[in-house]
Design a protein around this ligand. Structure first.
Ligand code: GLU
Length: 373
């Protein structure tokens, strides 16, 4: 089941906690960061897009400033974060460089993502960075946040970023193996739970949240993040970030850590909207090759597979995709109008511009804008 779910993942948010990134003295653990970046590079070579949400700025700054005590005031933490953020970025840059990857720093506040405009701007920037093959490294903009505009913790931030970036999976790296039935540091009978099918009250209670005063090694905020991602149709996996090979193992679908299934299995909001909210305004009949590529190979619809266009629709409209037998097998948003699509029947994507005199892209219906029905 995991393997099946993981096969659909093309964009992943990896959240890395401070305790994973620091050594016992509280300084940045460059060996761990190096290993994580090597694994990110493996994913990237496999064609996956990776976004990192990284903590560790305050810890790195504290160590850089030679402070041994626990920082108490918010301005002290903010100052440490400002010092540490550059160290953190440098560590990522240095570890990604041997893998021919570059990092980009993105600092956000919850107020940013609360504004529709900034939310969309952030999405566009992340899309552009990923398009350039760059690894965005996101953290909270600690300098400017006060309590009201704080995400509170990077677990929460990572769930929001998953939504902003329309990622397909949230992978949380922490300092224990996954989600346990109780706090494994306190209860020897605690067992690792490999699969959570829904974040119920019981799950929240075991995580130390919802009414309980004691946190389970920060598990409450992680479960809350999994719940939030799940509501958007995205699964979360919580694993131990200290374990070599864990990122690639998790993405391969190995039974590591804890998998939280999304509450709305496999169908995200956008697809839900396409499948259930929009009214199709036309039909495109495709040949068997295209039907097969869409149904079995997760491909987008190219003009070469088009056989017939029925009805009148504008660019961006929702249309039915049908096989030669006339039966609808998918629905999606068309990048070309019916008039344009008619002119593109059976052509190669490279010919689009020559035929129309302009070009919106290679595909008639992009995979991301399509649902199989
Ligand atoms: N932004 C903080 C830091 O970089 C981390 C906050 C958190 O981990 O929840 O140190």
């Amino acid at each position: 089941m995991r393997k099946e779910l993981l096969r659909t993942v093309k964009r992943v948010v990896i959240k890395i906690g401070s305790r994973v990134l620091t050594d016992s003295a509280g300084a940045l653990d460059l060996t761990v960061i190096g290993r994580i970046c090597d694994e990110i590079a493996i994913l990237s070579r496999q064609g996956l897009q990776v976004i990192v949400v990284s903590s560790g700025a305050i810890a790195a700054g504290r160590s850089e400033l030679g402070l041994t005590y626990k920082l108490q005031t918010i301005p002290h933490k903010q100052a440490a974060a400002a010092v540490g953020q550059t160290r953190l970025m440098l560590a990522y840059e240095n570890a990604l460089a041997p893998n021919n990857l570059k990092a980009a720093q993105v600092l956000l506040t919850s107020e940013d993502l609360g504004s529709r405009q900034r939310f969309l701007n952030s999405r566009a920037t992340l899309d552009a960075l990923l398009g350039f093959g760059i690894v965005p490294i996101i953290n909270e903009n600690d300098t400017v946040v006060v309590e009201e505009i704080k995400f509170g913790d990077n677990d929460n931030l990572s769930a929001l970023v998953t939504n902003v970036a329309e990622a397909h999976l949230l992978l949380i790296l922490t300092d224990i193996e996954g989600f346990y039935s109780a706090d494994p540091n306190k209860d020897p009978a605690a067992v690792l739970i490999p699969l959570v099918t829904g974040v119920t009250r019981e799950v929240e209670r075991a995580a130390g949240g919802a009414g309980s005063a004691v946190g389970t090694g920060g598990m409450a905020t992680k479960v809350a993040a999994a719940k939030k991602a799940g509501k958007n149709g995205v699964a979360t996996i919580i694993v131990s970030g200290k374990r070599p090979g864990i990122i690639t193992a998790a993405l391969r679908g190995d039974e590591v850590g804890t998998l939280f299934l999304p509450s709305d299995v496999g169908i995200n909001r956008r697809k839900h909207w396409i499948a259930y909210t929009l009214k199709p305004s036309g039909r495109i009949v495709v040949d068997d090759g295209a039907r097969n590529a869409l149904l079995k190979k997760g491909k987008s619809l190219l003009p070469s597979g088009l056989v017939r266009v029925e009805g009148r629709f504008e660019r961006g409209a929702c249309i039915r995709l049908c096989g030669l037998d006339g039966a609808e097998f998918a629905r999606g948003l068309s990048d070309y109008s019916s008039v344009e699509a008619e002119r593109l029947l059976g052509c190669n994507s490279l010919e689009i511009e020559g035929i129309l005199g302009y070009y919106y892209g290679d595909v008639i219906v992009h995979r991301d804008n399509m649902v199989l029905v």
